[in-house]
Design a protein around this ligand. Structure first.
Ligand code: BV8
Length: 236
């Protein structure tokens, strides 16, 4: 069935999986035998900043080694064919931008930037000197304050929620790709879309916890099935 009207897409870690970026629930969601939910928190940063910094520096460095996969390119094509298009991602990598999507709402932050702990200002910091074991200091304070990962941790409020809710409330088609539906408020957006009359579509490797909330479900690897879905959606 062709896609018409305003399309909003929400992606999760599954869309970057075929690029070699580990998902959250791979390996039972563990990193160095710790639950990610216990590492990606403000409390962990206060308790053991060196451990949290090591977790994010490893993922920041991995950005230099991974490339967009066919799912990312298919989303860039979807953006070019849709009447109106908004991409919201839970992912903190830069693969959507590198895959060709023009504007991406990173509701859980971005690995490429760091945030000054004094002023809260974020800045892209991906030079060699920013990627080592040492903490990085900001350029906005005269005495150089420590910078934290520019990431929304568990217990912190996601970014750009107002515009996210507005886009989802006003869309005609809401598509979720590569998300397990565990993390809120992202996982509840499909219910908002449904309540506002949108057609909801899921593309995922397996049926996720909120799978029954979707009008249409396509099971498979996004890199393998999304390109042909975009063709079918626009009868090209
Ligand atoms: C908040 C940055 C208050 C970190 C992340 C009960 C109800 C409601 C809320 C809560 C609750 N209990 C606790 C909460 C709060 C909590 C939460 O939801 N916890 C969960 C664990 C229960 N939420 C929060 O704390 C959020 N903040 O609630 O603030 C508030 C809110 C609104 C207004 C006012 C106040 C903040 C959450 C953000 C946390 N940060 N990321 C980092 O990256 O280091 S979340 C993290 O999980 C990532 O962003 C990740 O993207 C996201 C969600 O996971 P998924 O993307 O879905 O990834 P996952 O691995 O789980 O699944 C991958 C899926 O892909 C799988 O289904 C798999 O089958 C599929 N797949 C795999 N390969 C492929 C594929 N699909 C297609 N193709 C493939 N090749």
């Amino acid at each position: 069935m062709a896609l018409e009207g305003r399309v909003v897409v929400l992606t999760g870690a599954g869309v970057s999986a075929e690029s070699g970026v580990r998902t959250f629930r791979d390996n039972d969601g563990l990193w160095e035998d710790q639950r990610v939910e216990d590492v990606a928190t403000p409390e962990a940063w206060i308790r053991d900043p060196t451990m949290v910094w090591r977790f994010y520096q490893a993922r920041r460095n991995q950005l230099l080694e991974v490339d967009p996969n066919p799912a990312h390119f298919a989303l860039a094509e979807l953006e070019s064919k849709a009447e109106s298009f908004t991409l919201i991602t839970q992912n903190v990598d830069d693969l959507h931008e590198r895959g060709g999507n023009s504007s991406v709402i990173h509701m859980h932050g971005r690995l490429r930037s760091l945030r000054c702990e004094e002023t809260g200002r974020s800045e892209v910091r991906m030079e060699r000197g920013d990627l080592g074991a040492d903490f990085v200091t900001c350029n906005c304070c005269s005495n150089g304050s420590r910078m934290r990962p520019d990431i929304v941790w568990f217990g912190e409020i996601p970014m750009e929620l107002e515009s996210i809710y507005r886009e989802v409330e006003n869309c005609d088609v809401f598509i979720v790709i590569g998300s397990s539906g565990h993390v809120y408020p992202a996982a509840g957006l499909v219910n908002l879309a449904n309540s506002c009359g949108a057609r909801s579509i899921l593309v995922n490797f397996e049926l996720p916890i909120n799978g029954r909330d979707f009008d249409e479900v396509h099971i498979g690897k996004a890199g393998e099935i999304l390109p042909s879905l975009v063709d079918v959606w626009f009868d090209s």
